[in-house]
Design a binder for this molecule. Structure first.
Ligand code: NAP
Length: 280
């Protein structure tokens, strides 16, 4: 059995901080439901929550951490800036707005640029704001999301901090984004997997079902374990107590090499994406 545990963490490049290897996603989790789901996740042993300005639940994530019996330092919180302001200052203020919503007067562990889609000027403005917030200690680590190789290479033109410490992209067996993943791994950029459960859309896939039967676990558990064994940080989301608990119960089995290869074999490239494959 590998040494992965629910407490496993991964080092971040150019930093003494580490990121928990399993995260908890909260996209489309709102209001009191989000608070309750985060509390359930923290009780189940998750120590990493992934929110974003776009999800409109940053303050609920912060509230859940304060309501839990854990210390702020025991929970790793990520958020994402959605778009720049009209200039550097207003973009920086947007980042600080997220920090304040999550942890008034405190910090956010990791802040990402949500998407490269706004164009080169937007990307540069947002990276500058993240660098400033990091220098000031309001954000401990900074990274990107949905960035391809070209987007990350472009950052060298203006970034004081390079490489970004994390790239969060859509990843599951049907969408493996191999070029982006191998580039990130070569450059010590931690790869996070969003939609690791493919939103349950592949629950009847025969390859996945056979493997889940073989190990006597759910299809969701196979998919999360697959990410962990790949070295990706999966961010499964659920608002259902039993699923939140089951999705973190992935440390009592190990997918063998042959079955990892079978899952590798279902890759459909960009066509397998349900949200967005990186574009360069
Ligand atoms: N950076 C980006 O652009 C980006 C894009 C998408 C997602 N994300 C992040 O990644 C996280 C995960 O992605 P996602 O939420 O889109 O998709 P996901 O985690 O692959 O799937 C979540 C969906 O699957 C259901 N589910 C959860 N556990 C299940 C289980 N054990 N069995 C059956 N169904 C289950 C959930 O339903 P219930 O809630 O009803 O249980 C929910 O509908 C997000 O929450 C967000 O934090 C980031």
């Amino acid at each position: 059995m590998s040494s992965l545990t629910l407490q496993s963490t991964i080092p971040l490049t150019n930093s003494s901080y580490r990121i928990p290897a399993l995260g908890f996603g909260v996209y489309q989790s709102h209001g009191p439901t989000c608070i309750q789901s985060c509390l359930t996740a923290l009780k189940a042993g998750y120590r990493h929550i992934d929110t974003a300005q776009y999800y409109a639940n940053e303050s609920q994530v912060g509230e859940a951490v304060r309501k839990s019996d854990l210390k702020r330092a025991d929970v790793y919180i990520t958020s994402k800036i959605l778009s720049p302001g009209k200039d550097a200052d207003s973009t920086y203020k947007s980042v600080i707005g997220s920090v304040e919503a999550i942890d008034k007067g405190g910090y956010v562990d990791l802040m990402l640029i949500h998407s490269p889609n706004g164009g080169p000027e937007a990307r540069q403005l947002m990276w500058g704001a993240l660098e400033r917030a990091k220098k000031e200690g309001r954000v401990r680590s900074i990274g990107v999301s949905n960035y391809g190789v070209g987007n990350i290479e472009e950052m060298k033109e203006y970034a004081e901090t390079w490489p970004p410490q994390v790239n969060q992209i859509e990843l599951h067996p049907w969408c493996q984004q191999r070029e982006a993943v191998s580039y990130c791994q070569k450059n010590n950029i931690v790869v996070e997997a969003y939609c690791p459960l493919v939103r349950n859309q592949k629950a009847k896939d025969p390859t996945l079902l056979n493997i889940s039967k073989k190990y006597n676990v759910t299809t969701g558990q196979v998919l999360i374990r697959y990410c962990l064994q790949k070295g990706w940080v999966p961010l499964p989301k659920s608002d259902t107590e039993s699923r939140i608990i089951a999705n973190a119960d992935v440390y009592g089995f190990e997918i063998d090499d042959e079955d990892m290869q079978k899952l590798d074999g279902v890759d459909q490239g960009d066509k397998g994406a349900i949200v967005q494959a990186v574009t360069n």
